[in-house]
Design a protein around this ligand. Structure first.
Ligand code: GDP
Length: 309
């Protein structure tokens, strides 16, 4: 199956959760009798308490035989190193902006990081159903924001869609057509976002998110750069200097499938997966086949965030 890895960048309340729910509902990710759970990306109690998105999570939808992994980004500068690491797993981004509010100062940080690492965002102007929507002005504000963040000409030439996540449509004009639902957004992701770059050779994955899971213990999530990984496979962990941190075995591999993470039998290059079974490997370490000696390049990191799931 083809793959695309994207991030959605949005200010709180601009409609990210609602849009992802609708993407799931309109994609092939679900059997017909499977209900799309409400509030997919908003399920963490701590987040609800603080009203902000803290943890990185992913959802995956299938469109025209392509799996699209949608990674949630913390909408906040407090998670500096984490934002950069998460964005390094994706090849594209949807910048989702409320058609009435326009881009908010808090999203500047994440958008700036996305532009700096070379992503070419798609801009989606959301909530055009609002009576106070002013989509054309908001586009100009987004353009000014990108320009102020030193976007390249290519990045400034962003594709634009308008629509209403709540009503389940996106189109090239704020007036619609609405009948195509979110197909224009799915198609644009497939056309505009490059497939993940994969390298030749044995299994390698850069640890990107660390979690403490009550059932599986320590799990590390990342995008597989090369090769494949299977349960029970021998895996070595290298730190950023290439020092061997540990040698062990993968106990379980999970991948994002719809709203859940599901155990899989093989993790393929390009996909974003979570690996259990290693005891020391962490963020910015390279998880790899035993014969690999060179670590993947890693960003400098803050103290790793441990996520409880
Ligand atoms: P998030 O914080 O970005 O995940 O935003 P939510 O998806 O939780 O949406 C925030 C609020 O905006 C909720 O009250 C939604 O019902 C509302 N909302 C989401 N999408 C739309 C839309 O397309 N149009 C309108 N008018 N409201 C929307």
């Amino acid at each position: 199956m083809q793959l695309r890895n994207i991030a959605i960048i949005a200010h709180v309340d601009h409609g990210k959760t609602t849009l992802v729910d609708k993407l799931l509902a309109q994609s092939g990710a679900f059997r017909e009798n499977q209900r799309v759970a409400e509030r997919v990306m908003d399920s963490n109690d701590l987040e609800k308490e603080r009203g902000i998105t803290i943890l990185a999570k992913a959802t995956s939808v299938v469109w025209k035989d392509t799996r699209i992994n949608i990674v949630d980004t913390p909408g906040h500068a407090d998670f500096g190193g984490e934002v950069e690491r998460i964005l390094n797993m994706v090849d594209g981004a949807i910048v989702l902006v409320d058609a009435a509010e326009g881009p908010m100062p808090q999203t500047k940080f994440v958008v700036g990081k996305a532009l700096k690492i070379g992503l070419r965002p798609i801009v989606a102007i959301n909530k055009v159903d609002r009576p106070d929507a002013r989509p054309q002005e908001v586009i100009n504000e987004v353009f000014d924001l990108f320009a102020a963040l030193d976007a390249t000409d290519e990045q400034l030439d962003f594709p634009i869609l308008y629509g209403s996540g709540r009503d389940g449509w996106m189109a090239t004009s704020p007036e619609g057509p609405k009948e195509n639902g979110l197909a224009p957004l799915f198609d644009l992701v497939l056309d505009h976002v490059p497939p993940p770059k994969v390298e030749e050779g044995p299994f390698r994955m850069l640890g990107t998110i660390l979690e403490a899971n009550p059932f599986l213990g320590r799990i590390v999530t990342g995008r597989i750069t090369a090769g494949q990984v299977r349960p029970n496979q021998a895996v070595k962990v290298l730190d950023r200097d290439g020092k061997v941190i540990e040698q062990g075995r993968v106990s379980k591999i999970l991948a994002f499938r719809g709203i859940e993470r599901q155990p899989i039998e093989v993790g393929e290059a390009g996909d974003i997966v979570s690996i259990a079974g290693l005891e020391k490997g962490t963020v910015a370490d390279t998880f790899c086949a035993p014969e690999v000696d060179t670590p993947l390049p890693a960003q400098p990191i803050d103290p790793p965030t441990v996520t409880m799931t």
